[in-house]
Design a protein around this ligand. Structure first.
Ligand SMILES: Nc1ncnc2c1ncn2[C@@H]1O[C@H](COP(=O)(O)OP(=O)(O)OP(=O)(O)O)[C@@H](O)[C@H]1O
Ligand SMILES: [Mg+2]
Length: 292
């Protein structure tokens, strides 16, 4: 197996607050790797650190991020921008804010293609039509002439999926790409992402807080809790025998359609506090070792 993305001991602060505290994560070529954890755990910041689109107050204080053998942390901004869109891209959570409301879909898709692939106007339009067909949009010619507000949420997300796959990237970060959609549309979109990913052999880091989504789409999974990966393995391992107390708590807090009678147990506050203490102790041990 070849790693497309390797994150090693990544530390990130926003202002003075530690947000990532030694994240280790490897995404293999052609696989869907789930990143699960509750709100605020740091999932989005992992993705933004990889793409190089951090909020201005955020600082990477330690660690390495390697993409296809390239050291991303020390890469000059211009080279990094060169990778975005072409070799790595993103499917965002909220399709409405990701599309520009004042431009037609066609303009937005062809801009990406002309800029990243250097296609001419006609070739870009032709390619945009093909891409919309790939994401199973009926009447692609009509959709190219429409504005984002004229499309449903599911249709807008299809357009963004087309745009993410447009330049044949090796790696895509999907940050909660179905959270804003209703359940039936969510299922179709997941199936579509899985199909395109398999056909093209793209690796995906799939950020979600939903273990049901993980079960449907992921090959491997990492569980993140307060800025650190607490468990990592194949999706089937994780579902069969979750090891870490936090992962077990996450399962207990997830509704099961096959066991509707089961009472849901929220993640206990004591457990969260204990994990935070463990993390602080671990940081201290590392610092001591480093200065020894
Ligand atoms: N722009 C920002 N400025 C300050 N703090 C931020 C900013 N963005 C995120 N944070 C903080 O960083 C931490 C991690 O946030 P992140 O968005 O990565 O969480 P998440 O796991 O993606 O959560 P969610 O499931 O809610 O999307 C949180 O404590 C959050 O409050
Ligand atoms: Mg997030």
């Amino acid at each position: 197996m070849r790693a497309v993305l390797d994150i090693d001991d990544l530390h990130l602060r926003i202002g003075r607050m530690p947000v990532l505290r030694g994240v280790d994560l490897t995404v293999e070529a052609g696989q869907v790797h789930g990143l699960v954890g509750e709100s605020g755990a740091g999932k989005t910041m992992v993705g933004r650190a990889v793409l190089g689109i951090l909020p201005s107050a955020a600082r990477i204080t330690d660690g390495h991020v390697t993409f296809a053998g390239i050291d991303l942390i020390n890469l000059p901004a211009a080279s990094r921008r060169g990778l975005l869109g072409r070799r790595m891209s993103m499917i965002p959570q909220d399709p409405m804010t990701a599309l520009n409301p004042v431009y037609r879909i066609g303009r937005q898709l062809t801009d990406v293609l002309r800029h990243s692939l250097g296609l001419g106007r006609q070739a870009a339009r032709q390619r945009a039509l093909e891409l919309l067909e790939q994401v199973r949009i009926a009447e692609p010619g009509r959709v190219l002439r429409q504005y984002p507000h004229e499309l449903s949420g599911g249709m807008r997300q299809r357009v963004l999926i087309a745009s993410a796959f447009a330049c044949g990237p090796e790696f895509i970060i999907a940050d909660e790409p179905t959270t804003a959609l209703d359940v039936t549309v969510q299922r179709e979109i997941l199936r579509l992402i899985r199909k395109l990913q398999q056909d093209k052999g793209t690796a995906i880091l799939f950020v979600t807080h939903d273990l049901g989504v993980v079960a449907k789409i992921c090959d491997r999974v990492s569980v993140i809790h307060s800025g650190r990966i607490v468990e990592s393995g194949t999706a089937s391992q994780l579902f069969a025998v979750p090891q870490h107390p936090y992962t077990k708590a996450l399962f207990a807090a997830t509704p099961r359609y096959d066991r509707p009678g089961n009472r849901l147990v929220p993640v206990p506050r004591q457990l969260t506090l204990r994990l935070l203490e463990d993390a602080a102790a671990y940081d201290q041990r590392r610092r001591m070792l480093r200065h020894a």
